[in-house]
Design a protein around this ligand. Structure first.
Ligand code: ZN
Length: 241
């Protein structure tokens, strides 16, 4: 199966369109969406429409949960909280129904999908280094698990006694090993590269690819400012942080 993996779209329509355009050229059979479809950006409803139209399997992120009132807003920093409150107002009934129906974890026999860590997935623990990946690896039953949440793409590989972190462009996964893959962020990358990120994975060849694609950052920024969302949320898109 050839998978396309998207995470953390965060209501950024310009970035999402660029990524879906790139994915469309790649003969992807199953699209996976690792949560945070909404929050931060100015196009939550249109992004949900485009994502649903692509027929994905999607799991729930902390912003998705909060936007439908299933999470305490105290969890969020002040700017994120403002964005959540703005998104709650912007969503329509069908958007709320869709987001409310998302599960925290999805898996088949080949891959697992989660927003944060598989350990207490409804608590959205961050996996940002080998130490914080351990609890998730302990619960991972498939060779590969895809996640997001930190907005930093990369690959954690479980070895005999240690976990290594890599940030390759392309990697051949080894049979019999387990991997935790952060697909990066479509709509708000935080690794210093402002281009939208996504992954491709072929479970037959076991080839994993990290992709980046340029999009109209200024158009997304303009909409965030016009919506009255915090200025910082527009500024950071140009920095990739
Ligand atoms: Zn996020």
């Amino acid at each position: 199966m050839r998978y396309g993996i998207l995470s953390d779209t965060h209501s950024n329509l310009e970035a999402l369109e660029a990524v879906l355009g790139a994915v469309a050229k790649e003969k992807v059979e199953q699209l996976l969406v690792a949560g945070d479809l909404v929050g931060y950006g100015a196009d939550p409803c249109e992004c949900l429409k485009r994502l649903q139209g692509a027929g994905p399997v999607a799991v729930c992120g902390n912003h998705d949960c909060a936007a439908v009132g299933k999470m305490d807003l105290d969890w969020f920093n002040p700017r994120a909280r403002l964005a959540v409150e703005w998104t709650m107002e912007a969503l329509g009934p069908s958007d709320r129904t869709y987001l409310s129906g998302l599960s925290f974890v999805w898996k088949n026999e080949e891959v697992t999908l989660v927003h944060g860590s598989l350990h207490e997935p409804d608590q959205f623990h961050y996996i940002f280094d080998p130490a914080s990946s351990r609890a998730s690896f302990d619960l991972q039953e498939t060779p590969v698990a895809f996640f997001g949440h930190t907005h930093v793409p990369g690959l954690f590989a479980l070895g005999e006694s240690s976990v290594s972190f890599q940030r390759p462009a392309t990697v051949q996964l080894e049979r019999g090993r387990r991997y935790l893959v952060n697909a990066g962020s479509v709509g708000q990358p935080r690794d210093g590269d402002p281009r939208a990120g996504f992954c491709l994975y072929d479970s037959e060849s076991r080839l994993l690819e990290f992709h980046r694609v340029s999009y109209d950052v200024q158009a997304a920024q303009k909409k965030i400012r016009q919506a009255g969302l915090p200025e910082f949320l527009a500024d950071r898109l140009a920095l990739g942080y």
